[in-house]
Design a binder for this molecule. Structure first.
Ligand code: PLP
Length: 392
């Protein structure tokens, strides 16, 4: 008999009932150090007092009004995003997947309005853009698309890192290139700054719109508000979600005025997108994460964690191969099976997240205390010790 929850997830046998900072408490009372943060969602940890206060204040005033009316919290968050980024305008969604849907629509409408037949969007292997029809068609992997055809047409899939193929595919017929500055699900694979710059140049050369998917790597995760800032380039369209709501469902598409020019009244909408509760929390997250001193501290913590992880890899060469990633979006490429490492972590009360390419992801809260960073690596060392013991 089918489970009452559609069985699309393989869940660990853990049930968390409360959280505080970087810690989660299991129903049986065990406390777990959370290095997954809801897969890069709980940017400020669990139950951050300022976020709880912002949510409670909005909850006691007004939960929902439709986008037929002005929503002050939405305006506040949009203004803050426009103020701190390349963008001139923002559309709010409830998730990264919905942000992908709009990014694709926006790029195609841009060219339609110019009277040009440019619909093709270039994407890369290992990418992840969500599980909707556009999201799976964009990523294009067999794992995600098999059995779900016919797929949304108009995507050209290139091998990640194949510059020659990119130069052949990029032309004045292409509508957009969509890319994650740091691939998350794909195994924490950063696009080198030089490549992101090269991609921007290529887009400029052919008039192609650059869509960056910063759903996982954005909102302070890499130590800058958005990951592309490290390369000194800016996109035309950007997808955001996860960390922006700090745990409340919220996503956004940010765009330049030019790229957004086709999206006039009636061309797109959402019942819940930009809901007052989500935006009240999002505005508070932006206020905290968008602060330069906060981001400087993310970089300091990232340095500390990375240094300790390099030591871990050196100490357990049979279990780990390398550290990779950027800021507090780090991956441990494993020699042992990554799922064994995640499971051994459960035994040490530490939570990590598997990714493709036999990697485990470490995506802690951006404000994880230094002592928890040290403790996390001690727990991972014990997990590695156990794996070594099991193999012996
Ligand atoms: N894009 C990227 C880079 C992601 O990592 C994800 C989710 O993991 C998505 C899009 C889809 O976001 P959501 O799960 O909020 O729909």
């Amino acid at each position: 008999m089918i489970a009452s929850i559609l069985p699309t997830y393989s869940r660990a046998p853990l049930t968390f009932t409360s959280g505080e900072g970087s810690w989660l408490t299991e129903a049986d009372g065990r406390r777990f150090l959370d290095l997954g943060a809801g897969i890069a969602v709980n940017a400020l940890g669990h139950a951050h007092p300022a976020l709880v206060a912002a949510l409670n204040e909005q909850a006691s005033a007004l939960w929902h009004v439709s986008n037929l009316y002005n929503i002050p919290a939405q305006q506040k968050l949009a203004d803050a995003l426009v103020d701190k980024t390349f963008a001139d305008t923002v559309f709010f969604t409830n998730s990264g997947t919905e942000a992908c849907e709009l990014a694709v629509k926006m790029a195609r409408k841009y060219w339609f309005d110019k009277g040009e037949n440019r619909t093709e969007i270039i994407t890369f292997s290992g990418s992840f853009h969500g599980r909707s029809s556009a999201g799976i068609a964009a990523a294009g992997s067999e794992k995600m698309t098999k059995g779900f055809g016919p797929l949304l047409p108009g995507f050209t899939h290139l091998e990640f890192g194949d510059h020659d193929a990119l130069h052949v595919a990029a032309s004045d017929k292409v509508a957009a290139i969509m890319v994650e500055p740091v691939q998350g699900e794909g195994g924490i694979r950063p696009l080198p700054d030089a490549c992101l710059k090269g991609l921007r140049d290529l887009c400029d050369q052919h008039g192609i719109l650059m869509i960056l998917d910063e759903v996982q790597c954005g909102m302070g995760r890499t130590g800058r508000l958005f990951a592309h800032e490290w390369a000194g380039v800016s996109p035309d369209i950007m997808m955001v979600a996860k960390g922006i709501g700090g745990g409340f469902p919220l996503g956004a598409v940010l765009a330049t005025e030019d790229a957004a020019s086709g999206m006039t009244a009636g061309t797109h909408g959402s019942t819940y997108g930009g809901n007052p509760l989500a935006c009240a929390v999002g505005a508070k997250v932006m206020e905290i994460v968008g602060d330069d001193a906060f981001l400087a501290d993310v970089n300091r913590k990232a340095g500390l964690l990375r240094q300790k992880l390099e030591g871990l890899v050196a100490a357990y060469p049979d279990v780990f191969e390398a550290v990779r990633g950027s800021g507090l979006m780090l991956g441990l490429k494993c020699k042992a099976a990554n799922t064994d490492v995640v499971n051994a972590g459960f035994g040490q009360n530490v939570l990590t997240v598997p990714a493709a390419d036999n990697v485990i992801r470490l995506l802690p809260a951006l404000n994880i205390p230094d002592e928890d960073i040290a403790l996390a690596v001690e727990k991972l060392a014990k997990a590695a010790e156990q794996i070594k013991g099991d193999d012996a």
